[in-house]
Write a protein that binds this ligand. Structure first.
Ligand SMILES: [Zn+2]
Ligand SMILES: [Zn+2]
Length: 224
């Protein structure tokens, strides 16, 4: 497109990891991604602390059955996520979604639908786009299943400003089922970042109550 080449001339693509002009994510930064090895991650939530169920999942069994995560929330992955979410570099959503699609590929044939965590009204207004919807649609395409916007946000506060206990309380009623098409039995729920897992736990519970039989989760990055 003429417009995109003109834009490229005026504002050349810079690497989301190191800022050097060229690719959206240069080869060096791709190599430096803090990827999580699935064999060394908690099978329940994807935390990279060994291949046994982590203490967090032992303490409070989450509503989702299993989880995978692309990497740890560290540079350059963390930078890609914040540039995507907060600086509006939407092409990164495609790149991040494809990464999660590849990671969740270990479950090929398992999910029958992909459901993204819906952004809150405030976040949607601030960013102007549904950041998890973009990621979810790439994952759905990679796995060859439909994307279903089966959840709606009830307007809980931004989790990022809250502590651990507050996060759990904040999300208890954060989601409702949209009540559209019936959910298939096996659903893959996707989000950008998992911290305590409280958001994914609450959303999984809503999907189970709305007709899903098993929910698994996939996230781009794991934070602590
Ligand atoms: Zn780079
Ligand atoms: Zn765990």
């Amino acid at each position: 497109m003429v417009w995109s080449s003109l834009l490229e001339l005026l504002l050349p693509t810079r690497c989301a990891g190191c800022d050097l002009p060229g690719d959206l994510l240069c080869e060096e930064c791709r190599q430096a991604l803090p990827l999580i090895e699935r064999e060394w991650a908690c099978p329940r939530c994807g935390a990279p602390f060994g291949h046994l169920v982590c203490t967090e999942c032992w303490k409070a069994e989450p509503a989702f059955e299993a989880g995978v995560c692309v990497g740890s929330l560290a540079a350059p992955l963390s930078r890609c996520i914040s540039l995507y979410k907060d600086s509006g570099e939407r092409r990164l959503g495609v790149l991040l979604g494809d990464m999660l699609g590849a990671t969740a590929g270990v479950w090929r044939e398992w999910p029958q639908a992909v459901v993204p965590i819906p952004p809150s009204e405030t976040a949607l207004r601030r960013r102007g786009f549904d950041h998890t919807g973009v990621i979810g649609s790439r994952v759905a395409t990679a796995l060859g299943v439909p994307l279903m916007h089966a959840l709606a946000s009830t307007g809980a506060r931004d989790q990022r400003v809250l502590g651990r206990t507050e996060r759990r309380l904040n999300v208890e009623d954060a989601f409702v089922a949209t009540g559209g098409d019936p959910l298939p039995p096996r659903v893959l729920l996707v989000d950008d970042v998992m911290t305590t897992g409280a958001t994914l736990d609450a959303a999984s519970a809503v999907l189970l109550a709305a007709g899903a039989e098993v929910v698994r989760v996939g996230t781009i990055a794991r934070a602590w």
